[in-house]
Design a protein around this ligand. Structure first.
Ligand code: COA
Length: 147
């Protein structure tokens, strides 16, 4: 029997499509981000994770490199049915490990302001300033992934 919850790195075009489908549901339909912002051309070179519930995709996030030492976490999306159960935290910890193995030292994330407590509880620190993306005002946080 398949495990209830598993987290895996995206390895195939089919898995990337599954990740993008979740992003469409959460980031476009639910949150109103334009499609061209959601699928911005960086997916092919990014590292993605998929959260699976008995093999069915329920969550995703991606990591892109901004430089040799800095990365960007983005497109973090869990289906509504799977929020508030610790999966967001597990997914981010997984990508932080991926970032470390890729030689990155610091990762950045730009979420809505109401998620600041979520990211701070995971060890992220707020960076001053605001960012605009697809008509949304976002804040910036960062976390060092190496000592
Ligand atoms: C944001 C999101 C990834 C969080 O994942 P989640 O699985 O719901 O969160 P978790 O259950 O892992 O929560 C981890 C901790 O953060 C806290 N937390 C979660 N969401 C929070 C929120 N909105 N505000 C404050 N704290 C929050 C939890 O209470 C938990 O604390 P604990 O470890 O002390 O129990 C998820 O809710 C989601 O996909 N939302 C919609 C898409 C979105 O907004 N993405 C962010 C784009 S950057």
């Amino acid at each position: 029997m398949k495990p209830r919850i598993s987290i895996k790195q995206v390895e195939t075009p089919d898995e990337l499509r599954q990740a993008q489908r979740i992003r469409e549901i959460v980031l476009e339909t639910e949150q109103g981000f334009p499609h061209q912002v959601n699928v911005d051309g960086l997916d092919p070179s990014a590292m993605h994770v998929l959260v699976l519930d008995r093999g069915e995709p329920v969550g995703t996030a991606r990591l892109t490199k901004r430089s040799e030492t800095e990365g960007m976490l983005a497109r973090i999306a869990l289906l509504g049915s799977h929020r508030g159960k610790g999966l967001g935290k597990r997914m981010l910890r997984h990508l932080e490990t991926v970032a470390k193995h890729a030689g990155l030292q610091t990762i950045y994330v730009e979420p809505h302001a109401h998620l600041e407590p979520f990211f701070r509880s995971l060890g992220y620190e707020t960076v001053p300033g605001r960012v605009e993306l697809g008509g949304h005002q976002l804040i910036r946080l960062r976390r060092r992934v190496v000592p």
